[in-house]
Write a new protein. Sequence first.
Length: 95
Amino acid sequence: SSTCAVVPKGQELPKEELDRLEIEGVEDESVKILRDLLPRATSEKFAIAWQWRVGDLVVWDNRSTMHAATGYDQERHIREMWRTSIYPDSVSSHL
């Protein structure tokens, strides 16, 4: 389990509740929604298993994609990952 709760946009969880979820390892009841959806969301209909070839580049949006790495032979292959963040003008002008 991880510290997680499904809340309406803009709503905050009190610090005490976050502590309870994280320190005590309690899972918020709202997480059941995610657990119930997981089998469907990760079914073959909605999943891709990438077969890597030399020169491949894969890009995804972390905000709207569930992704997971699978095992690979680290003795034979190098794993190289780069991150790119694209900010709207209103955000980037304040950086």
